[in-house]
Design a protein around this ligand. Structure first.
Ligand SMILES: Nc1ncnc2c1ncn2[C@@H]1O[C@H](COP(=O)(O)OP(=O)(O)OP(=O)(O)O)[C@@H](O)[C@H]1O
Ligand SMILES: [Mg+2]
Length: 280
């Protein structure tokens, strides 16, 4: 078990209410876990507990425990936890502060005490995977939104974490940038075996690629399971204001008319079902 969250609740110092409440969650090695939930449901707060930023850098009242590879985050430094859990945030601009793409990736590595050859190898590897080869000497602010976010991912990746936690990494990108970042995330999980925890509003993507989905509401887990089962709960998700994949909305209407048995169909599955119903 890579991450184990046990009866976790957290209240920010100045807040009256707990932002996450009694969370129990296990994340296994190699898994791809999607997190969904309305605004304010505690998605970002939960992400910040995975590498110790909560409680080490952001203060408040923490109850329960988070274990990362067996280390209790309360007793382990953020620096140590960051070598296991890499965190990527929404806004790439807030994560980039070096003069060149290469320096950006080198930055975190220099504090790890690695030898210069290993640093070079890791920079090359991370930039190649993120599709940024050839841009080593570019000034990060001159990159496109998608490139910036892929650079932020490459910088975290170069630390060779076992888990990447990404909190709405595509929400500030244009459609092309989104597509690039989501393809990179899929590749990291399926080809590099990196465990992924992703907060993402693109439910089409979550339905197709996540192994498990966790739905938060008002700081609590209200639904959890395989995408096939979670997206069957159409009414519950709609009541929470979660935008559903178009294929699920259509399948759900057809199910209510007795034409289909399931709602949680991907676009491809829906098309195939319709073809077989219409015998074409
Ligand atoms: N630094 C903070 N101090 C006090 N309260 C906070 C702080 N950050 C978040 N909160 C509160 O904690 C609750 C959960 O917020 P959080 O940012 O984790 O939600 P979220 O699901 O990530 O929302 P969004 O979809 O808008 O990003 C909200 O009620 C929010 O107002
Ligand atoms: Mg958030």
């Amino acid at each position: 078990m890579l991450i184990r969250v046990e009866d976790l609740s957290f209240r920010y110092s100045r807040a009256k209410e707990y932002s996450i409440k009694n969370i129990n969650l296990k994340i296994r090695k190699g898994e791809f876990v999607g997190i969904l939930g309305p605004s304010g449901s505690g998605k970002s707060t939960l992400c910040l507990t995975f590498n110790g930023i909560i409680p080490h850098s952001i203060r408040g009242e923490l109850r329960g425990d988070v274990y990362v590879k067996g280390y209790n985050t309360k007793e382990t430094s953020v620096a140590k936890l960051s070598t296991i859990v890499g965190l990527v945030l929404q806004n790439p601009d807030s994560q980039l502060f070096n003069m060149t793409v290469e320096e950006e990736v080198a930055f975190g590595l220099e504090n790890l005490g690695l030898d210069p050859e290993e640093i070079k190898r890791r920079i090359k590897w991370a930039l190649r995977i993120a599709g940024l080869e050839g841009l080593e000497n570019e000034f990060p602010p001159n990159l496109s939104g998608g490139q910036k976010q892929r650079l932020a991912i490459a910088s975290v990746l170069a630390m060779k974490p076992e888990v990447l936690v990404l909190d709405e990494p595509t929400s500030q990108l244009d459609p092309l940038g989104r597509e690039q970042v989501l393809s990179l995330i899929t590749l990291l999980n399926k080809e590099q075996g990196i465990t992924i925890v992703l907060v993402e509003h693109n439910t089409e993507y979550i339905l197709s690629f996540a192994d498990r989905v966790v739905v938060l509401d008002k700081g609590e887990i209200v639904l959890e399971g395989k995408p096939k089962n979670v997206f069957e709960e159409v009414e519950l998700l709609q009541n929470l204001g979660i935008r559903l994949p178009a294929s699920v909305r259509i399948s759900h209407k057809l199910k209510k008319k007795g034409l289909l048995e399931r709602s949680a169909l991907s676009e491809r599955e829906l098309i195939n079902k319709l073809k077989s119903i219409m015998k074409i």
